[in-house]
Design a protein around this ligand. Structure first.
Ligand code: FE2
Length: 379
């Protein structure tokens, strides 16, 4: 998240993608939540995010409060309303706590808005410049699936803690980080027969190209199914898999999400670490709950993925999943939903060459989710 944008001319990771919308990375993810103060405490104590910036009554904000937290390149903004009515209350009422904004870091927010709206994106707001004595930030926004939006953030030479309107948030309370580095991918759940529509949106409006596609034969268990396509921008820094439910004997986890979120929205945020064993150990010791994979998974996993650098024992102890593709392997683990509604969760991922998404784990994973659905009475 440094201001150095010289690395923009990266080798192309995804040659099918077009270059009219150069994206430097994910700038921040903003969740609308019922109680931002307590949510901020959770992301600090359980996840090791560090306090960065604050906006609220004390900074002249009358209707809302926002806490900005960061861990390496991952920046979260947690926002709650201070008054009744208004769009934040409506969002929380309809969706529960959830991701409102996936903000994308760009060199030119006005051009990003123009390029995307001229290709059919619905404007969320027109380019605007906000300033304080640390410099200026230019913002613009477009709508995507459900009530989720993308905000383009042009930081230029802005020197403040986050953006104008925010002040530095200092705290004596310390929580060590857990080794999370950056957002690897963010997954959207959309309704029946809507996956292709939203993949086309990312292709046409944002110049993304499809990396991979999974149909219901790839992603199904005896009972439930879903379909998924992964869209990515040119430099490969932004990856948005899009899921839709598929017919099965029982209710797909995607349908359960749509029921409780009341529409399309962000299903999971995958965060990367360089050492999944220490990261997951730290998260578990601080109370983060993960999906449970039966020990039998580990009886055959090495036959499937071959040799790996790590000892199997700690992976088994922590329930970490392994998968391999042509380029290497990956280690991953999924939390239970981090909200009261069974909607959003996190994935912890460590890539060791692999560029894929853990297809070989889908079955074990979805069976684990089905056990959770069963306990909620939503299978
Ligand atoms: Fe994922």
């Amino acid at each position: 998240m440094s201001a150095d944008t010289s690395s923009l001319k990266l080798p192309k990771e995804n040659p099918g993608a077009e270059d009219f919308l150069p994206l430097l990375g994910t700038d921040y993810v903003e969740l609308y939540v019922g109680n931002a103060k307590q949510a901020a405490h959770y992301y600090r104590t359980a996840w090791g995010f560090q306090p960065v910036a604050y906006a609220g009554l004390e900074t002249g904000m009358k209707d809302r409060v926002s806490y900005v937290l960061q861990q390496d390149k991952i920046r979260l903004v947690l926002t709650s309303p201070l008054q009744q009515d208004g769009e934040i209350n409506e969002h929380i009422n309809k969706h529960g706590d959830g991701v409102k904004v996936v903000a994308l870091w760009v060199d030119d927010a006005a051009k990003s808005w123009k390029e995307t709206t001229s290709r059919g994106a619905e404007s969320y707001f027109e380019p605007k410049t906000i300033e304080d004595n640390h410099g200026k930030v230019v913002l613009s926004g477009i709508h995507t699936y459900g009530e989720t939006v993308h905000i383009f953030v042009e930081r230029g030479d802005y020197k403040g803690v986050f953006m104008p309107g925010y002040r530095e948030w200092k705290s004596d309370f310390e929580t060590p980080e857990v080794g999370l580095k950056f957002i690897d991918h963010m997954v959207g759940n959309v309704g029946w027969n809507e996956m292709n529509k939203w993949c086309e949106f990312y292709a046409k409006v944002m110049g993304f190209a499809q990396l991979v596609s999974f149909d219901d034969k790839d992603i199904s268990t005896e009972y439930t199914a879903l379909m998924s396509k992964v869209m990515s921008n040119g430099n490969g820094r932004i990856k948005f898999p899009i899921n839709e439910p598929a017919e099965g004997k029982k209710k797909s986890q995607i349908e359960e999400y749509i029921d409780f979120y009341n529409g399309a929205g962000v299903q999971h945020i995958a965060v990367a670490t360089d050492n999944i064993i220490t990261t997951v150990k730290a998260l578990k010791s601080r109370g983060v709950e993960f999906l449970y994979v039966p020990e039998t998974y580990y009886e055959t996993v090495l036959d499937r993925v071959g040799e790996i650098d790590e000892d199997l024992e700690p992976l088994k102890e922590l329930g970490i999943l392994i998968d391999r593709d042509d380029e290497g392997y990956l280690l991953q683990l999924f939390t239970k939903p981090v909200l009261d509604r069974p909607t959003m969760f996190f994935e912890i991922i460590q890539r060791k060459g692999a560029k894929s998404f853990g297809k070989g784990n889908f079955k074990a994973l979805f069976e684990a989710i089905e056990r959770e659905q069963e306990s909620r009475g939503t299978l």
